[in-house]
Design a protein around this ligand. Structure first.
Ligand SMILES: [Mg+2]
Length: 322
């Protein structure tokens, strides 16, 4: 197959990702795509790369890879309160596997299409399997969520459940012994994470800080604490778990929630006086929220099991032997 027709073939699989947004002025046939911006709107930009053998292995179905590549980028947009708009894909393939391409593109399309997000450009090369996506989102001027404004007294919330994806991976790698039912349930969260787009936008003007949880709650919340120059108390007994994760020991649940990764839930802070606004803003939302701690004037994280302090980030918090 000639090089040109091979690349044309690859591109044909991604045509469904063309959503014909009215703000895309030029898609193909020129050196760049061109999009239209409106006064009072800022653009949030993020890029994530997934490398075969580093970020995923051959056990991950290609449809899940397509979904996850979009999901991790949209999750970053959600953490800023942005509305997804445009995608750009750089894909490096060892070979043209039509079945693989069809499934991968379908996984991307299912999630991107739902959010009316259009693929406006990209690049295809030959080499070790590497997937890079850049996502652009729209933000009303002055409404972005950031990491640096958490204040002492603010309540700390997380969306959804924590720890499922990391436990799924541990099960796949033989570090955890899981029933096939539980493994299957946890795999769903590892392979098909949900970017919290609607929640991120609902938090504009309400949350004082926000981050998406990609490296585990402790690591990601610590980014907020460092940027905001504050500390936090975490209420371990309030951490939210799925029914599947509850089949593990409490210590394991806490470990995967705090130190696992790939949750793609949002962690955010809300001042006491905005808690009513938070409830109103999410009145018609189905997303589950848990209040899991409070910002204070200390530094680092301190962990409480009900009223008892059991560990802190200064003394190490890998084990809870209380
Ligand atoms: Mg992030």
């Amino acid at each position: 197959m000639s090089k040109l027709s091979e690349f044309e073939l690859i591109e044909s699989y991604f045509r469904d990702l063309n959503q014909s947004r009215s703000d895309v002025l030029l898609r193909q046939g020129d050196d760049c795509a061109v999009v239209k911006t409106t006064p009072g709107t800022h653009i949030a930009v993020t890029t994530d790369t997934m490398v075969s053998g580093v970020h995923f292995d051959e056990k991950v179905p290609p449809r899940a890879l397509g979904h996850k590549l979009v999901a991790v980028n949209l999750s970053d947009l959600a953490a800023m309160g942005a509305e997804p708009a445009w995608l750009s894909l750089a894909i490096t393939l060892p070979e043209v596997d039509q079945e693989w391409l069809k499934e991968f593109a379908a996984g991307m399309h299912e999630l991107a299409g739902y959010y009316h997000c259009e693929l406006i450009g990209g690049d295809t090369t030959r080499g070790p399997l590497t997937l890079t996506l850049t996502a652009h989102g729209l933000l009303p001027e002055g409404q972005r969520l950031t990491r640096h404004n958490a204040r002492p007294g603010d309540w700390i919330f997380v969306s959804g459940n924590l720890g499922d994806a990391a436990a799924a991976l541990a099960g796949q790698q033989g570090e955890l012994s899981l029933s096939s039912f539980v493994q299957h349930k946890l795999n769903e969260r590892l392979f098909y994470p949900t970017p919290r787009i609607a929640l991120g936008q609902a938090l504009r003007g309400i949350a004082t800080s926000c981050i998406d949880i990609s490296d585990g709650l402790a690591a990601d919340l610590s980014h907020i604490l460092t940027r905001s120059k504050v500390g936090a108390r975490i209420f371990l007994h309030q951490l939210p778990y799925s029914e599947a994760l509850k089949s593990l020991t409490v210590e394991q649940q806490r470990h995967y929630a705090l130190h696992g990764g790939d949750d793609y839930e949002l962690c955010f802070t809300v001042p006491e006086e905005m808690r009513g606004s938070l409830e109103t803003s999410l009145a018609h939302s189905s997303v589950k929220l848990a209040c899991i701690g409070q910002i204070d004037r200390s530094s680092g994280l301190r962990f409480f099991d009900h009223d008892k302090e059991v560990a802190s980030s200064n003394t190490g918090y890998q084990h809870f032997n209380s």
